[in-house]
Ligand binder design. Structure first.
Ligand SMILES: [Zn+2]
Length: 338
């Protein structure tokens, strides 16, 4: 099968890789309906994360079950399924508490930018859709696998809800979908930090009521002005840099909630500064599996259209151009047809 392999910074190739196959009796193999590139794939692409040799890329997936291991009972061949970027058994105490990305048997997915993918813990990980989806639903179902589920988790962690003002730091796919989530969860006011005109349009379409173009201390000052000096009730952090995390913490009021889902890189949280902020911090790899059944239903019923974050589509064979477009911010998120 063909797969996307990253050899080093800026060096992405599409080549023949070993076919995905059943290894453990709890595995399934799926045929991808489409693949996509994640903002987090840019960390190694930009050389910020080091690779230990060539890496078969991709951790988001939706598609048809093609094979199942002997112990798989919850999905069958021919089901259309979506799963999280973290495979989980969905039975351990951590999973039962709704934190499946911390499952004691978790497996971080890789290798889904390809035609086939092996899914460990298939019974716990995969959620079948109500039927075979119409083609126009595929982008949204694929988004549910990570960026929608992650944005949703961040909005839940920020306690988005009726009467709440939620600020969102980061206008990539996750930040934009956190706006969609905050809206669905009933937030009264949703303030998006963004300085890109095209992303501001999508932010408003997803439910942002206000846009703030300033960043850092200036951005925080704007949020305070807009909220009577208090700060937001909750803030989503969807970038992962020193500046963005402090921007999120400072934009929240005392007692406020930060849902942090940007993968922190060289972030240093000074204990004394953090102490006097008095905020709640919840985040990390999102337990997407907790939300998948509801998200799939919302997509199926056409109540949400998270697939709009895909603004560039290429065949899998041109994945290198997709990485380049995302790196240069010419695309929010790239869909790869397989
Ligand atoms: Zn578990």
């Amino acid at each position: 099968m063909r797969g996307v392999v990253m050899y080093g910074p800026g060096d992405v190739r599409v080549e023949e890789v070993e076919d995905a196959r059943i290894v453990d009796s709890t595995d399934a193999v799926i045929r991808l309906a489409a693949a996509c590139i994640c903002g987090s794939d840019l960390w190694p692409y930009r050389g910020i994360d080091k690779l230990n040799g060539p890496a078969h890329m991709g951790h988001e997936y939706a598609g048809l079950v093609e094979q199942i291991g002997d112990d798989v009972v919850n999905v069958k061949v021919g089901d259309f399924v979506v799963g999280s970027f973290v495979a989980s058994d969905n039975t351990c105490e951590i999973c039962q508490a709704g934190y499946q990305s911390g499952c004691i048997h978790r497996v971080f997915m890789t290798g889904t930018q390809s035609e086939l993918a092996r899914i460990p813990h298939a019974d716990g990980t995969l959620v079948p859709t109500p039927g075979i989806p119409d083609p126009e639903l595929i982008p949204s179902l694929l988004a549910a696998s990570d960026v929608l589920g992650t944005g949703w988790y961040a909005a839940v962690a920020a306690e988005a809800g009726p009467g709440k003002t939620i600020a969102v730091v980061g206008d990539g796919a996750v930040g934009l979908l956190a706006i969609l989530a905050a809206k669905q969860l009933g937030a009264e006011r949703i303030i998006a930090f963004s300085r890109h005109a095209d992303r501001q349009v999508l932010a408003r379409e997803f439910g942002a009521t206000d846009i703030v173009e300033e960043r850092g201390d200036e951005g925080v000052a704007r949020i305070k002005e807009m909220t009577g000096g208090y700060g937001a009730h909750g803030v989503v952090e969807a970038v992962g840099t020193q500046e963005s995390i402090w921007q999120a913490i400072h934009a929240a009021r005392a007692g406020g909630r930060i849902g942090y889902v940007g993968i922190g890189h060289e972030v240093d949280l000074n204990g004394l500064d953090l102490f006097f902020e008095g905020v709640h911090l919840e985040g990390g790899p999102a337990p997407v599996r907790r939300f998948l059944p509801d998200l799939i239903q919302l997509i199926w019923d056409r109540k949400i259209d998270p697939g709009k974050v895909f603004d560039f589509t290429l065949p899998l064979s041109q994945a290198a151009e997709g990485y380049k477009a995302m790196d240069e911010r010419r695309a929010i998120k790239v869909l790869l047809t397989v």
